[in-house]
Design a protein around this ligand. Structure first.
Ligand SMILES: [Zn+2]
Ligand SMILES: [Zn+2]
Ligand SMILES: [Zn+2]
Length: 403
């Protein structure tokens, strides 16, 4: 009795064909009024209300559904229908049952539309009144934005773990490398200072990042410009994130296992870095002590022709002090200092002094290219009292010793 092609008439036009089930859906959606003529192909028409089983008023009266246009064929469809009865196109209520989906009534026209839950923005327009869903559901958009800010916060909270390990290892490696290639290896104290500096910088970076990015994100962008997230909203975002993680954990244990492995790797790197730091500190300390002992034994003064030379070797530059120990004062000095390092390198330093008084000390900066082994001070000077031109050719030596 109910099979075959069915039609109904609306505004003097025949609409169809439909199966009887489709016709029932249309009637349920309110597309077929009880007075509308309905007919099976070839049969005589009857009022919709007179076709058995077509229009079934529910216990509370007709269902409160509204007609919306199918996005594909534009025909009217009940906003409660899962598929379009005309073209079979999937409608919002079916999509809303997918994970993360939800059907929500429009606050203006009460039409049910698909909105995303929790982890997605409200896309598209209301199927009834055509207004943007994001405008119609500001609460959902706000929650979404707060969740984004909270996710930033969580990334920050987990971020420092990798920073500390990675940057500390890099800094230690750099200091260790520098101490290996430098002829003047830094002792334990500069190394400790450098490492401490890295840790202090990291400790400062973390709150700076928090203030600049995480705290800053709690003031939300448009359309919530200027809205400051309250403590209650922040806690709610934390609970949502916790619930989401618990759901993810239940769904995907491998991800949790991967996080566990990552944490153990980071912890291992941290421990290795601490061990490396301790070993390096001990080694450079012993090295520094023996270096200073050897330097102290060889430091001091060398004398030639009334000139006393003193050297002071530093980490980044050396200083040579030349003292005029002669009773005479000199003028028009045209002198050059040639520095010979223990590693065979040489540096020539012109000395642009005019006068050199009796007992006067002149300091000369020399690059720290190695341990200073010898100085050659050559050139001419004029005796201030006798006006006699003298030639200076002085050598100062710090013979090589065990280092
Ligand atoms: Zn259609
Ligand atoms: Zn359709
Ligand atoms: Zn609406």
């Amino acid at each position: 009795m109910t099979d075959g092609s069915w039609y109904y008439a609306k505004g003097g036009q025949r609409v169809g064909p439909f199966t009887f089930a489709q016709l029932q859906q249309l009637a349920g959606a309110g597309a077929i009024a009880p007075a509308d003529p309905v007919a099976r192909d070839g049969d005589a028409a009857a009022a919709g209300a007179d076709v058995p089983g077509l229009i079934q008023p529910g216990p509370g009266g007709p269902a409160r559904t509204r007609l919306v246009a199918c996005p594909r064929c534009q025909a009217p469809v009940s906003d409660a229908a899962d598929v379009c009865p005309h073209c079979g196109h999937t409608q919002d209520p079916l999509l809303a049952r997918a994970p993360g989906g939800e059907s929500a009534p429009c606050p203006r026209c009460h039409t049910q539309s698909l909105v995303r839950r929790e982890y997605a923005f409200c896309f598209g327009n209301c199927r009834g009144c055509g207004r943007p869903l994001a405008d119609l559901h500001p609460g959902r958009v706000l929650a979404f934005r707060i969740d984004q800010a909270y996710a930033d916060f969580e990334r920050w909270r987990e971020g420092p773990r990798l920073w500390w390990v990675g940057t500390t290892a890099a800094a230690l490696g750099a200091v260790a490398g520098a101490s290996l290639v430098s002829p003047d290896r830094p002792g334990a104290f500069p190394l400790l200072g450098a490492t401490g500096g890295v840790f202090v910088a990291l400790a400062l970076l973390s709150p700076v990042y928090y203030v600049a990015f995480v705290r800053g994100r709690r003031g939300l962008p448009l359309p919530h410009d200027g809205h400051r997230v309250t403590a209650g909203e922040w806690r709610a975002a934390g609970r949502r994130a916790f619930d989401r993680r618990r759901a993810e954990h239940a769904a995907g244990a491998p991800e949790a296992a991967a996080r566990e492995v990552r944490f153990k790797v980071e912890l291992g790197l941290l421990i290795a870095a601490v061990i490396a730091l301790t070993v390096l500190l001990n080694w450079t300390h012993a090295e520094g002590v023996s270096h200073r002992r050897a330097a102290a034994a060889q430091a001091g003064t060398a004398m030639a022709a009334g000139i006393v030379a003193t050297k002071d070797e530093g980490l980044f530059s050396h200083e040579v002090v030349l003292r005029n120990d002669a009773p005479a004062a000199y003028e028009a000095c045209d002198l050059t200092l040639v520095v010979s390092f223990a590693n065979g390198r040489q540096q020539s330093v012109p000395l642009p002094w005019g006068a050199w008084g009796a007992g006067e000390r002149k300091a000369v900066k020399v690059s720290a290219a190695g341990r200073i082994e010898r100085l050659d001070l050559t050139g001419t000077m004029v005796d201030a009292a006798s006006r006699a031109v003298g030639r200076l050719d002085a050598k100062f030596a710090w013979p090589s010793g065990g280092r």
